[in-house]
Design a protein around this ligand. Structure first.
Ligand SMILES: Nc1ncnc2c1ncn2[C@@H]1O[C@H](COP(=O)(O)OP(=O)(O)O)[C@@H](O)[C@H]1O
Ligand SMILES: [Mg+2]
Length: 265
């Protein structure tokens, strides 16, 4: 086993990066893949929250009392030292605010080495980052194998894709020549409005420039997805018959297919 390292990345917040990371990982784990989640977004630690780590009623201690990705980036712990099991096949390296004080250049080298050691124990490693172009995006672009660009079907999202694309192209030429874009993936997907159809056409053009395509499947807007963060359970388990769960399963299928295709090239 040697895990593929992926990240959902876009410079806009509230677009579904953490939702995709959590729900697709959850579904992959259900399918018997071993998945590691890494929360690198210390300011919000949203992924840790999705996983139930910061919930008063959860089985976990408050996140300030436990070792996190910070200790890994400082070279004091390995990834396996700080990994917490969320459910069968699904594991988390949590974050807290402290991660904002990491030295970027030292941290990147340490992070890459730590990830390479962790690869053998997993099929997939997902890194969740914050919205802005800061050190945690830089580090992820330096260490990942694949980036997926999530977007919503609107003009603001198209604009933020341009920034994300530039960062990716820069990373490919400067720090990580093997980095590949798996596709642009729609969240809150709909074909009902003119603006969404416009956004989809434009997204195809943006994808072409990055040598990729738009995912055929996306996740529709739904109440179940908006409830998702505080339930600490993947959509395919807590609302398995919902449209969003059906979408999440199709996106997972497509993600696996796209990785398999990319690996054969
Ligand atoms: N398809 C969807 N339908 C409804 N709400 C959604 C959907 N996807 C995400 N959300 C909600 O939108 C908010 C932002 O999503 P999140 O994944 O945290 O975005 P990001 O990580 O890009 O900042 C969350 O409250 C989430 O529950
Ligand atoms: Mg997020």
């Amino acid at each position: 086993m040697s895990a593929k390292i992926l990240s959902f990345m876009n410079e806009k917040g509230g677009i579904g990066k953490t939702s995709f990371t959590f729900n697709i990982s959850w579904e992959l784990a259900k399918r018997d893949y071993r998945v590691l989640l890494i929360d690198l977004n210390g300011q919000e630690a949203n992924l840790s929250y999705f996983c139930g780590l910061d919930d008063l009623n959860s089985q976990f201690p408050a996140r300030n009392d436990i070792d996190t990705i910070c200790e890994v980036l400082r070279g004091k712990r390995t990834i396996s030292d700080v990994t917490i099991q969320i459910k069968e096949n699904l594991y988390l390296v949590p974050a807290n605010n402290d991660v904002e004080h990491i030295n970027q250049s030292a941290g990147t080298k340490t992070f890459r080495e730590a990830l390479n050691k962790a690869r053998e124990a997993y099929d997939f490693i997902f890194i969740d980052v914050g919205p802005s172009t800061n050190w945690n995006q830089y580090m992820t672009l330096a260490c990942a194998d694949y980036i997926v660009i999530p977007m919503q079907p609107n003009v603001a999202s198209l604009q933020s894709n341009i920034g994300a694309s530039q960062s990716i192209v820069e990373a490919q030429s400067e720090i990580n020549p093997g980095l590949r874009v798996l596709g642009i993936l729609f969240n809150e997907y709909t074909t009902r409005t003119n603006v969404s159809r416009f956004a989809m056409q434009q997204a195809e053009l943006q994808a072409e420039k990055l040598g990729t395509t738009v995912f055929e499947h996306g996740i529709r807007r739904s109440v179940a997805m908006s409830e998702n963060p505080q339930l600490h359970e993947g959509i395919t388990d807590y609302a398995p018959n919902s449209d969003a769960a059906q979408d999440a399963r199709l996106v997972t299928d497509e993600l696996i297919e796209r990785i398999q295709e990319a690996e054969q090239r």
